[in-house]
Design a protein around this ligand. Structure first.
Ligand code: ADP
Ligand code: MG
Length: 288
């Protein structure tokens, strides 16, 4: 399912003294099957932007098109339920929204709320718990007996049980340890590849953006500062550093090395393996 935003603006608390324009001039297309990363400072509008992708927020100007549904500023749209099912959002700390007595009931809650039968919902719960890499035995447990990482996965399973076409992730690994982060990021990548889900990932991790995304957008002060492939985005590290953003370690290392040696390697490397090869090639070319 394709998503397109045209000239989208969103203001919080319109008509009050607290009115605030959070995003503006947003033109963005997310073709089906894309893995898009959204980076930018706190307050740059990332969370506001992604809540437009399933009509949780409706633009105060412009148009959002989600599949066949057009959501225009100032117009009521009747097909919002359908959109909510097709675009699943995993919010920050989603485990805070767990509330049922058992893991199974929690995962079934969303689908049943959307009219899926109890049998079908249970079947989906079994499939979803497997997709997030947890054992079926957990289905009968209370979500509150689980570890933090397991609770996070259960919350994600609840979103997957809706069978979305697009998965929107707002800093999904915040607060997890490095192993837990990698496991969850690898799981999303697997879903992207195997279930052909589009993914929109909001992240502070430049490493994750570089490693998983096909495309990256930089949000800055409420609008899209730049869009490109990871290689394009990290091509000029100075630009990101000037915006106060980070770059992946491997990019910073190449940048420092090039500066110190007064050289320029042929490509902007995004992995250690690639950089090692590029340095080897450079040394070979210099007769060493
Ligand atoms: P990010 O996710 O990049 O940190 P947000 O989308 O949360 O950015 O915030 C963008 C801007 O909108 C910020 O200036 C923030 O203070 C403001 N904002 C966010 N949520 C609300 C809200 N519920 N009411 C008023 N202003 C808000
Ligand atoms: Mg946010």
């Amino acid at each position: 399912m394709d998503i397109t935003l045209q000239q989208v603006e969103y203001r919080y608390q319109v008509g009050t003294p607290f009115e605030r324009r959070a995003i503006y001039d947003i033109d963005l297309d997310i073709p089906h099957g894309t893995y898009l990363a959204v980076i930018g400072h706190t307050g740059s509008g990332k969370s506001t932007l992604i809540q437009h992708l399933n009509a949780l927020l409706q633009p105060t100007k412009g148009t959002v098109t989600i599949g066949d549904t057009n959501i225009q500023a100032g117009k009521k749209e009747r097909q919002i339920r359908q959109v909510r099912q097709k675009v699943g959002i995993v919010f920050q700390f989603p485990e805070h929204q767990l509330f049922e007595e058992t893991v199974e009931k929690d995962i079934c809650f969303g689908p049943m709320n959307f009219g899926v039968s109890e049998d079908e919902a249970r079947e989906r719960a079994r499939k979803a718990i497997e997709l997030v890499g947890l054992s079926e035995d957990l289905l009968s447990k209370s979500p509150f007996e689980l570890s933090g990482g397991q609770m996070r996965r259960v919350a994600i399973a609840g979103v997957l049980a809706m069978k979305p076409n697009v998965l929107v992730l707002d800093e999904p690994t915040a607060g997890l340890d490095p192993k837990g982060r990698k496991d969850i990021m690898d799981m999303f990548y697997r879903l992207h590849q195997e279930e052909r889900l589009s993914i929109v990932l909001v992240t502070h991790s430049m490493e994750d953006a570089a490693k998983y995304a096909d495309e990256i957008i930089i949000m800055h002060k409420g609008t899209i500062h730049k869009r490109g492939t990871p290689t394009e985005i990290f091509h000029s590290p100075e630009e990101l550093l000037q915006l106060g953003l980070d770059v992946p370690d491997v990019v910073r290392f190449q940048y420092q090395l090039e500066k110190k040696l007064g050289i320029q390697l042929n490509t902007r490397c995004l992995s250690i393996e690639q950089l090692a090869e590029e340095i080897q090639r450079w040394m070979g070319g210099n007769g060493r």
